[in-house]
Every structure is written in structure tokens, then in C-alpha cells.
Ligand binder design. Structure first.
Ligand code: G3D
Ligand code: MG
Length: 182
């Protein structure tokens, strides 16, 4: 499955409460689609997308392998099979549901225990909705506390979806390059 010529293969996991838009962000990014019925299977599905990012004047290619969970996995399943080996994670909440914002700390801590060095992006999704309740300031505050990326996205309109994955890939590749130098 590894594309010939990819400099890097980067595993990325989707984290966050149910129905925040994890699968929708992945579908928008990998297939540029939105809103179709997804198969509500139990378990993990995987999507792949190749990216090219320019780092210090040189094009680097990577294959992003996106891991998406369906159903309600147990905490142990999450740690053992899902998060292990990730270079990146995106941590999604729904700006119309504050409870999904309050869960972020838990998701973040659980992920950090497994992948202490991975690139993490905080994703405020569904910003197209008029009934937004979690303001930008709340997301930015958490971004500063955790020291992660922050993006406001809409899987519906596509706003910031490419930027999310490309920015994460760029930082993850830079990290790999630093490791190669050491
Ligand atoms: P999940 O994978 O995190 O569980 P899904 O979430 O991607 O299945 O999305 C849950 C619901 O939110 C879906 O609606 C989906 O269409 C909607 N959704 C996801 N992202 C956005 C967004 O950016 N804007 C808006 N307005 N809706 C979004 P249904 O109705 O199928 O439950
Ligand atoms: Mg899903």
C-alpha cells in the first residue's frame, strides 16, 4: 500500500467524542465529499492520502494514513491498537456542543500517554453552523495551554480542511528530518 516514492509514511489518528465530525473531516480531505451515509461499522477504518510539502525549498512527499474509529471503543482498545505508532493526531470538537470541548483534555491526556512526541491539532469543527456556542477564544486558550495547533474547520464547506492535514504533515516531516540529523 505504500506509494512508491513517498519519503515518509505518517500515521494519524482521529480523536474526539461521537458525531463531532471526525469521519466527515477525513472524507472531505481524502475524497472531497460530504454528507453521505457512512457505514456505521464497529472497528477501525483507514484512509490514505499522499501529500507534497515544501520544506526549506525542497519538496517532500508523505503518505498520510488516517485511522478512524467507529462505535464506542473501550479505553484499552484505544491505547493498544488505535493510537500506537501515530506521528500525528487531530482532536476534534463540535463548536455547537460545549460538552465535546470539555472532553478534549481527557482525549489529549490519553493520547499523550501513548504518543508523547506526536504532532497534535485541536480542531474546532462545524464553524459553518449559526448556533455556535464554543467561541474562538476558548479554543485558542486550550491551544496555548497544550502547546498544539489550532484550526477552525468545516467539513461541510471544506474550510481549513486541507490546511489541517498539510500543516500537521509538514510539522511531522520536520520532526522526522530532525531525528535523521541527530
Ligand atoms: P464522527 O465521525 O466524529 O462521529 P461524523 O462524526 O463525521 O459522522 O459527523 C456527525 C454529524 O455531523 C453528521 O451529521 C455530519 O454530517 C455532521 N457534520 C460533520 N462535520 C460537519 C460540519 O463541518 N458542519 C456541519 N454543519 N455538520 C457537520 P448526521 O446528520 O449525518 O448525523
Ligand atoms: Mg465517525
Amino acid at each position: 500500500m505504500i506509494e512508491a516514492g513517498s519519503d515518509y509514511v505518517l500515521k494519524m489518528v482521529a480523536l474526539g467524542d461521537g458525531a463531532v465530525g471526525k469521519t466527515s473531516c477525513i472524507m472531505r480531505y481524502t475524497e472531497n465529499r460530504f454528507g453521505e451515509q457512512y457505514k456505521a461499522t464497529i472497528g477501525t477504518s483507514i484512509a490514505v492520502k499522499n501529500v507534497v510539502v515544501e520544506i526549506e525549498g525542497r519538496a517532500r512527499t508523505a503518505q498520510i494514513v488516517l485511522w478512524d474509529l467507529a462505535g464506542q471503543p473501550t479505553y484499552r482498545d484505544l491505547r493498544q491498537r488505535y493510537m500506537v505508532g501515530s506521528s500525528m493526531a487531530f482532536l476534534v470538537y463540535d463548536v455547537t456542543r460545549p460538552s465535546t470541548f470539555l472532553s478534549l483534555d481527557d482525549w489529549y491526556k490519553n493520547f499523550r500517554k501513548v504518543c508523547p512526541d506526536a504532532i497534535v491539532a485541536l480542531v474546532a469543527n462545524k464553524v459553518d453552523r449559526e448556533d455556535r456556542l464554543v467561541p474562538t477564544e476558548a479554543g485558542e486558550m486550550l491551544q496555548k495551554w497544550l502547546g498544539v495547533l489550532y484550526l477552525e474547520t468545516s467539513a461541510l464547506t471544506g474550510q481549513n480542511i486541507n490546511a489541517l492535514f498539510e500543516k500537521c504533515a509538514e510539522l511531522a516531516i520536520k520532526r522526522e528530518l530532525e531525528k535523521e540529523i541527530l
